[in-house]
Design a protein around this ligand. Structure first.
Ligand SMILES: [Zn+2]
Ligand SMILES: [Zn+2]
Length: 378
């Protein structure tokens, strides 16, 4: 047997219909909203659909349990999935989500499509100042051949003669309780109340086709990791050419080589030799706004921070910008030759530092207060 449908859904072989439905719902929610043309996700989604199509249908399940594969036997059915006009079990997905199967009367062929989501990677510069990007999305769009009707050009849907348009059929059965009347969705029209005698060849009657489009998205300045931009009506077109859901573009910020972002502030560390920190200097730094000279004052301590106000990320709301904060790390010389060591000892003697006693404080107060100042932008 080619596929283990039970394993695909992650259920035991004796799982109840309820358990099968629950497992399918969970997986469909996980996998479906992603319209990224990533073939792996689409492949997984097809698999769980095929598994659900078989295991949720008592007849197909029986065939399968006896060792057959009902999907290949029936010539494909809904297992074809995307790209081949095979949206056959989309109604099952909708049923799973909204429970429309138990609803009375004929089901509408037209339903609103699902929301979709796509990831978009941007760099720090683009997040700081905003940008415009072209993205490729892979969603269902209205079939142009049938304008979403699902019927081949020149034909139309007709009232189902088995249920006379009611969408369900009733049956009287005899049981030990007496006569019992049961209703079930009409098998001929699947509950729609109409049948399409000649389905549109382009979309196989679904009213929509899979299509890859290029969209231009405006990214405002100040977006952060996880920010979602909503594009109304750019998601999946619904069954029967129903109104499209929304498309969400989720921002993923690529880490910058030098700057670390915290909120709208940027942080970086500059390492300086002890002499430069003591005498003072200027160090060039490539900021988001171009080159800037960082002014290291004479006597700068390790752990001290130098803020460059308004050099961070633009605030998403309210205008203005965060700060760029440069943290200083002073390097103590480690390997010194004889001459350097002599100079150092002379310096210590001149400064009266030959036998320093040190100043002790509880905890790491000095370091902590300096770090706190840095976060407060002072
Ligand atoms: Zn069509
Ligand atoms: Zn019918």
């Amino acid at each position: 047997m080619a596929t283990d449908y039970y394993a695909v859904l992650g259920v035991r072989r004796d799982a109840s219909q309820d358990e099968i439905k629950k497992a399918f719902r969970r997986l469909a929610r996980e996998l479906h909203p992603d319209v990224n043309p990533d073939p792996k996700t689409q492949e997984r989604f097809k698999e769980i659909n095929a598994a659900y199509e078989v295991l949720s249908d008592p007849q197909k399940k029986q065939v399968y349990d006896l060792g057959g594969d009902p999907l290949s036997a029936s010539g494909g059915g809904g297992a074809g999935g995307f790209g081949q006009g095979g949206f056959g079990n989309f109604s099952d997905i909708m049923d799973a989500f909204f429970g429309t199967a138990s609803q009375r009367g004929p089901r509408s062929r037209t339903r609103r499509g699902q929301d979709a989501m796509i990831r978009l990677e941007i760099d720090l510069n683009e997040a700081a100042f905003g940008t415009t990007k072209d993205i490729q999305v892979d969603t269902a769009v209205v079939c142009t051949t049938c304008s979403g009707e699902g019927a081949a050009p020149g034909t139309s849907a007709q009232t189902c003669d088995m249920c006379r348009g009611r969408g369900e059929v009733s049956q009287v059965t005899r049981s030990f309780l007496g006569q019992v009347m049961t209703s079930r969705p009409c098998p001929q029209c699947q509950g729609f109340g109409t049948v399409v005698p000649t389905p549109c060849p382009e979309c196989a009657g679904d009213g929509r086709i899979r299509s890859r489009r290029t969209l231009t998205v405006k990214i405002p300045a100040g977006v952060d990791n996880g920010t979602r931009i909503q594009l109304a009506g750019e998601g999946e077109v619904g069954p029967g050419g129903g109104p499209a859901g929304d498309l969400y573009v989720e921002i993923h910020e690529v880490p910058h080589a030098v700057f670390q972002r915290r909120g709208d502030d940027l942080h970086c560390t500059v390492t300086l030799p002890m002499t430069a920190a003591s005498l003072g200097t200027k160090v060039p730094l490539e900021t988001l706004d171009g080159m800037a000279d960082i002014d290291i004052r004479p006597g700068t301590q390790s752990g001290q921070s130098i803020p460059l106000h308004q050099h961070g990320i633009t605030h998403l709301r309210g205008g203005g910008r965060g700060d760029l904060i440069v943290h200083v790390e002073v390097l103590t010389p480690m390997k010194m030759d004889v001459e350097q060591e002599r100079l150092m000892r002379d310096l210590a003697k001149l400064r009266g530092e030959e036998r320093p006693t040190g100043q002790f404080q509880p905890g790491q107060q000095g370091l902590f207060s300096r770090l706190k100042d840095a976060f407060n932008g002072r």
